[in-house]
Write a protein that binds this ligand. Sequence first.
Ligand SMILES: [Zn+2]
Length: 609
Amino acid sequence: MENFIVSARKYRPSTFDTVIGQKGLTTTLKNAIREDKLAHAYLFCGPRGVGKTTCARIFAKTINCDHLTPEGEACNECESCRAFNEGRSLNIHELDAASNNSVEDIRNLIDQVRIPPQVGRYKVFIIDEVHMLSTAAFNAFLKTLEEPPAYAKFILATTERHKVLPTILSRCQVYDFYRISVGDMVDHLRSVAAKEGVTAEEQALMVIAQKADGGMRDALSIFDQMVSYSAGNLTYKSVIDNLNILDYDYFFRFTDLFLENKTSDCILLFNEILSRGFDGGNFIGGLASHLRDLLVSHDAVTLPLLDVGEEMRNRYQEQAARCPQKFLYKAIRLCNDCDLNYRISRNKRLLVELTLIQLSQLTSDDADDASAGRRPAQLKPIFGTAQPAAPASLPKNSTQPVVSIIPNTTSTTKAPTEVQKTQKVQGAEVQQPSQPKLPQRSRLGTVSIRAKKADAPPAETPTNNFPDGETNRTPLPQEGKENVPAPDKPFSEEDMQAAWRTFAASLPREDIATAGRMNALLPHLEEDGVTFSVSVANNLIESDLRKKKSAIEAYMRKELQNSRVTMEIIVSEAAVSARLLTPRQQYEEMVKENPNLQLLMSTFDLDLV
Ligand SMILES: [Zn+2]
């Protein structure tokens, strides 16, 4: 069998010019060498596999070369260059700090620094993963790094710059290596493929480059792997199959389905993906990236951010042109939400499917409002009726009469019936014969509320202005001729309390806290027979109720058929002080409830702090 050399080693660049994707940096280094302006220490930062060690070696070779080319490159022919290329040069020392991070290792290195080079001009010390050195090793190294002999040059490399001590950073010239772009990688892979006699589809190389995520070493090792799998013929199909990558064609198809609002096709296509063994989380991540790529393709300014080949670029631009920008924003947000929730979701498949449903409805006609993007359009009617205009939203000081309707929600259907029953019993003798069942029923269904100046005394409200009857009869024109203001009826405290509870029950869901507070309170009817008072424990509840005051009063007036009903809110001193017990008082209250507490205290000789 032929001796196989991995491509990453075989095609390792030997000059600055052949380093991929770090043009600016290599030019700077070349210039520094040519002009003989060498620092004594360099720090190369950047992700793995982007050429840090390679550049360090080229640098070491170049500064020792006897016949520099006019461009400042090593000649690769002199004795020194050959020694470097064959790996037998004594002027280069490499230390992998990941595995040699002790003080002892650094001392050995420092010993080497003391010996001047026998051949050539410079000794170069490369310390890889320098952030892994122990603090003691760092400190041992610091002195040497600060004042090295003129023939010693240090090149420190790290993937995690933030972990390098500031004392080291400040003594080095720092170079940042960037991720290699997909385009650069594809170019290099193509040239390697050509040298190796491998036929390769452009798309196949692109997938490899994307998978390598900016690291050339990874790209080349994936390339080697794929070449051996596919027997020298790299096709897009063979690469995505072997790398278990979801064909990006799927994402194009999904986007088309979204735009056509084909919800069921989306679900079926997703099922196909799952049945091929792909993970839903990866799928959503891929879909989000695709939508992001479409977004950047939308605008010529952001187009350079699209890191794909020419053919793909056209495809992206074509689809992006058909996507409204608003759709893309919303879609990316939906995918992102799904991605965030995916890990914690108990039904991951459903989560993805739900997201797909939402995505496929983003461009449907009725989804084009503020709430779209958060919930699917088909759910809107349900939410639309479940959240009526809350009485709280009525302007408190509005002088204009505002009429709002509280629909009869399921939770309240029962309660008003009870109220009505009591009313019938209580007010049997005053019940108007001209108001039989129909208006009574309609009153159950809708309740009219008039907001007026919160502080206006009820007596000032003229009886004939009260909307009772008016709004009830609006939907029932046959009642119109009976538009006579009803006289105020007397009511009992029980009637009033029942109406209070009915109002609480009719509050929409967002007012659930207020409803709870109202249920916990028991209003009392004052002696005047029309004012009822509520004692509350604190100002918070008071202000909460005060916001609802006009709505409550309007409701009570209508329910109790008395236009003079007024609510008073009293912040009860007793209630307040009851909440402000001292620890001792609290303890006594607790003992009252559970006398064993006292035993516990005495047994363990405890005291209140
Ligand atoms: Zn040379």
